[in-house]
Design a protein around this ligand. Structure first.
Ligand code: COD
Length: 299
């Protein structure tokens, strides 16, 4: 089990070098992250984007002038080109640069040229929260907007398998809602109940799945006791499954901005590792995401 990003980076460094294909690379933070990747001995990059903007930024961050650039000024074409490099085996990892998430994901999902597997693709965020002993994972705050029950099942499967790959054989999973009572007027509670039933029937990967469950109970045993709830995961959760993208996005950004957490963001369910962090993410967070994507997809 990996408790922090340092351990994950050390593992990836011990493996063979990776080549990262960056979609729309004209971003100082992304290029600084690639410099960190090179300095950490993890790998190298192919930069797809506007070469006239990329070159001066490379110089600013001290990235080697030998780094390969593929000139493409249009974002959607640059994204498709970056995807195609991965598809053809010329790069191992796809990374989002200075491009809107939806536009990036459309290239990933392209029917002929994309990296689809036939499964639902989903986003997994990993957070190193100050004061916490282990990483906290959140899904899906980045790709699926308002997942149906069946889509939530696939999101859960993707994330639980990823956690298994990270050395967490029995992940503790909270199906997040606004409270613990199943209420027809709150569809997320009905979905949570159904997902727990699926888990109990063995239809989900191994793990301890509880829900409906509110955030206070998920993260605090004291809160569970206070509410008189007999939770086996309270205060010790590995994975929070959110009911929709807005909840996931807001929870992630609260952890980043209020709790000063470190985040990594990856897309699961594709043919290759995909890194998708927010544009505001610091270079270190992007490096963490690359390492995490490599770890999860190599299993
Ligand atoms: N996994 C696999 N296939 C998918 C998925 C998925 N998650 N989503 C759509 N598809 C397939 C559909 O089956 C269909 O064949 C095709 O893709 C198009 O489907 P649409 O029309 O529903 O999809 P789009 O192109 O309108 O939207 C897909 C996006 C992923 C772009 C969209 O869901 C989106 O914008 N998500 C939010 C991204 C975002 O803003 N994130 C926040 C950043 S932090």
């Amino acid at each position: 089990m990996y408790c922090n990003y340092q351990e994950i980076i050390a593992e990836i460094r011990s493996r063979s070098l990776v080549r990262i294909s960056v979609a729309v690379a004209q971003d100082k933070g992304v290029l600084a992250a690639i410099k960190l990747v090179q300095d950490a001995g993890i790998g190298e990059a192919v930069l797809v984007g506007d070469a006239s903007l990329i070159r001066p930024l490379m110089e600013e961050v001290g990235l080697s002038a030998n780094t390969r650039i593929i000139h493409e000024v249009e974002d959607s074409k640059a994204a498709l080109k970056a995807v195609s490099l991965v598809k053809k085996g010329q790069a191992h990892v796809l990374m989002k640069g200075l491009i809107n998430s939806s536009e990036f994901l459309r290239a990933v999902l392209h029917k002929e040229k994309g990296l689809r597997t036939g499964r639902l693709l989903s986003h997994l965020g990993a957070f190193e929260v100050p004061g916490e002993k282990k990483l906290l994972f959140i899904t899906d705050g980045g790709m699926n907007i308002a997942p149906t029950l069946l889509e939530k099942k696939q999101i859960l499967i993707n994330a639980m398998l990823a956690l298994h790959a990270m050395g967490i054989p029995d992940p503790k999973v909270a199906l997040l809602t606004a409270n613990e009572v199943v209420n027809e007027k709150m569809p997320a509670t009905l979905d949570a109940k159904s997902l727990v039933e699926m888990s109990n029937h063995g239809d989900l990967p191994k793990g301890l799945v509880e829900g409906p469950i509110a955030l206070d109970v998920a993260v605090s045993l004291a809160a569970a006791k206070h509410k008189g709830l007999d939770s086996k995961i309270a205060g010790n959760v590995d994975l929070i499954v959110v009911p929709n993208i807005e909840t996931g996005n807001a929870l992630a950004k609260s952890l980043l901005y209020f709790a000063k957490s470190k985040m990594a963001g990856i897309i699961l369910g594709a043919t290759h590792p995909i890194v998708m962090t927010s544009r505001a993410e610091a270079p270190e967070g992007k490096l963490n995401s690359i390492a995490l994507a490599c770890l999860v997809n190599s299993q």
